[in-house]
Design a protein around this ligand. Structure first.
Ligand code: SAM
Ligand code: SF4
Length: 343
């Protein structure tokens, strides 16, 4: 009789990069496709999609996610493109649920909110614990202009639908801040954070747009937005963990919170604990990476978990010290745009 050794679930040694940063967070893109065409992210048309064969299956994603968790990843965020356009998303969330027993602490989703009105219930039932909804304008015409889709009300309805599922918390609302576009939205967004149970976060515009139109002058710094809000109503700081990318505040009389993610004006690379897995199975160690590390090819060629761990360690060993957005000619645009990376 053949005796099989039990599969070891012992965790591997943690993933630490050349600068001593331990990896704790993984963004998994599950599709490069999207039903929006946000001007700061995708072109109106002409982007080439990955063929279905190149995109990881749910089983492949689950296998890699387990390896990453055994390597010390504590937070997984599903993203895209738009993750909710991929059929069977709740099934994937269900497949990843058992990773909680191996140390995964949070399983979250970043979405444009278009389908939440219909999908919120299924996502909650599948075990989603956190969500980020992107929302750049509270005015119908401006929302249309920035997303190239006229569907603000649908997204607002989706947010309201989420409030019925307290197992998904917190609800974060992310707005990309662009000079000349966002200023007159700052107080309405702050008011939203005051009145609703949302953490509204302003994210500085980064040079990751497929159209290549980013200009430094378009960056509306988080500090400026903070000051606009603080002048209107005083903000009180909220304590966050050291690896958090955002500075968070609340109002004395508010329900929600306001946050600032300032990757351009106040880079947080020195505490970056983040890795990314693209929809076609490439590890990226920085949003602005030029190089990627292929896991899909080896996995499909029969690589063992130990082989895949070696590739991941090699990638982490090459994690960039910092982005170079502020270094003039030293800055090189990333090898893919945001929707293809998985933001
Ligand atoms: N489609 C989903 C969504 O919009 O939430 C998930 C993918 S999207 C690429 C992830 C996040 O990246 C969104 O919050 C989006 O606003 C942000 N993003 C996209 N392009 C950006 C850019 N050039 N600068 C800053 N944030 C950007
Ligand atoms: Fe799509 Fe999200 Fe990019 Fe907008 S930001 S085009 S919703 S992937």
């Amino acid at each position: 009789m053949v005796e099989y050794a039990p599969v070891s679930t012992a965790p591997y040694a943690p993933l630490v990069d050349a600068f001593g940063r331990q990896m704790g967070d993984l963004r998994i893109s599950i599709t490069d496709r999207c039903n929006f065409r946000c001007v700061y992210c995708m072109p109106e048309e002409g982007l080439k999609w990955l063929s279905n064969e190149r995109v990881l299956t749910f089983e492949e994603i689950a296998r890699l996610a387990q390896i990453f968790v055994r390597l010390g990843i504590r937070g997984i965020r599903l993203t895209g493109g738009e993750p909710t356009v991929r059929k069977g998303l709740p099934d994937l969330i269900r497949m990843l649920g058992p990773l909680a027993e191996e140390g995964l602490e949070s399983l979250s989703l970043t979405t444009n909110g278009f389908t939440l009105r219909e999908q919120a219930r299924d996502l909650a039932a599948a075990g989603l614990t956190r969500i980020n909804v992107s929302l750049d304008s509270l005015m119908r015409e401006k929302f249309h202009r920035i997303t190239r889709r006229d569907c603000l009300q649908r997204v607002l309805d989706g947010l309201e639908a989420l409030e019925q599922y307290p197992s998904i918390a917190p609800i974060k609302v992310n707005a990309v801040a662009i000079r000349g576009f966002t200023e007159d939205e700052v107080i309405p967004f702050a008011e939203l954070a005051r009145r609703r149970p949302y953490v509204v976060r302003f994210i500085e515009f980064m040079p990751l747009d497929a159209d290549g139109n980013w200009r430094r002058e378009q960056v509306l710094a988080g500090r400026e937005i903070y000051e606009m809000i603080h002048r209107w109503l005083p903000l009180e700081p909220v304590q966050t963990v050291a690896s958090s990318t955002s500075r968070v505040y609340r109002f004395a009389d508010g329900i929600g919170e306001v946050g600032f993610i300032n990757p351009v004006s106040e880079p947080f690379c020195s505490s970056c604990d983040r890795l990314r897995l693209t929809a076609d199975g490439q590890v990226r160690t920085c949003l602005f990476s030029i190089d990627e590390w292929d896991l899909r090819g080896p996995m499909r060629a029969g690589a063992s978990d130990a082989d895949l761990v070696s590739i991941i360690r090699l990638a982490v060993g090459h994690k960039e010290l910092k982005h170079r957005i502020n270094e003039g000619p030293a800055f090189q645009r990333a090898s893919r745009s945001m929707s293809q990376i998985g933001g």
